[in-house]
Design a protein around this ligand. Sequence first.
Ligand SMILES: Cc1cc2nc3c(=O)[nH]c(=O)nc-3n(C[C@H](O)[C@H](O)[C@H](O)COP(=O)(O)OP(=O)(O)OC[C@H]3O[C@@H](n4cnc5c(N)ncnc54)[C@H](O)[C@@H]3O)c2cc1C
Length: 290
Amino acid sequence: MSGLTVSFEIFPPKTDAAWATLRPAMQRLAAYNPAFVSVTYGAGGSSRPATLETLQWLKRETDLPVGGHLTCVDVSRKDTDDVVRAYADLGINHIVALRGDPAEGPGADYKAHPEGYQSTADLIRGIRDIGDFEVSVSAYPEKHPHSPDFETDLDVLAAKVDAGATRAITQFFFENDTFYRYRDRVAARGIDVDIVPGILPIGSFRQVTNFAARCNSHIPARLFERFDGLDDDPELHRLVAAAVAAEQVDNLAANGVSEFHFYTLNRAELTIACCRMLGCHPANGEGQAA
Ligand SMILES: Cc1cc2nc3c(=O)[nH]c(=O)nc-3n(C[C@H](O)[C@H](O)[C@H](O)COP(=O)(O)OP(=O)(O)OC[C@H]3O[C@@H](n4cnc5c(N)ncnc54)[C@H](O)[C@@H]3O)c2cc1C
């Protein structure tokens, strides 16, 4: 191992076919000794059973550290606390604590549930009242789309860290300079938290442009050029995507980044290519998940 650590994010599969994709992918990813694997949570509790099922599966089939995402939007404090206790019952002691987007969509104004947690910082305090959880949170190098300015974004991050978060995982980005500027801003503001870049390997450039439009992530012109005309050429698309992701993580590592979080979208290949570029090698050839 290179001294660098990696973590992987997956989402709960909704169909048998999606499970059939995730199982072998997880088996391959597990061999790269992630610091943790986290499972996303549908805002408003929409994926609660599926997230719990996926966490249960990871706990049963692997010996990897596992983290559960949790949002507090649109639900009461009692319902949110029930999920925290369900995580604890599964032996999960790491929560990625989030506010989440309102049911009307990411563009809608956020209003806290009248009986719910009022903010992510409030949620973190609630989680830590229930048990001794490690808490990770989100961070936005290009600022959150709803944030009026960077100062507000940093205020929110500082409040989350004051409430007990120890790791901030960024929204995906494609310009590393944006990440470096953000890291400097966080440090200048005196916020003491690990800022871990969230890396989105480009499995489908078309899909990534849709994601990016929703969360205000800038896609540089050079990426449009590199993927131009590759929608119907999966082989070449994969080669270019691997080169782009490798270039990004290589530059981050050269600039002092030692922790990487991969949005795997339940696929292994591009994330593994990045791990290998970072000098991480499989602990064994087998993986651990069934
Ligand atoms: C690593 C990561 C994992 C994620 N996982 C999930 C998931 O599993 N499920 C899911 O549904 N979504 C997930 N999201 C998306 C997230 O839910 C959305 O981006 C959502 O819009 C904000 O939630 P948050 O926890 O980031 O909000 P926060 O960090 O609490 O706030 C986001 C921004 O809103 C603004 N803001 C918040 N409070 C105030 C205030 N009081 N006054 C002014 N401005 C304010 C600030 O600009 C702040 O930076 C994830 C995002 C990231 C980066």
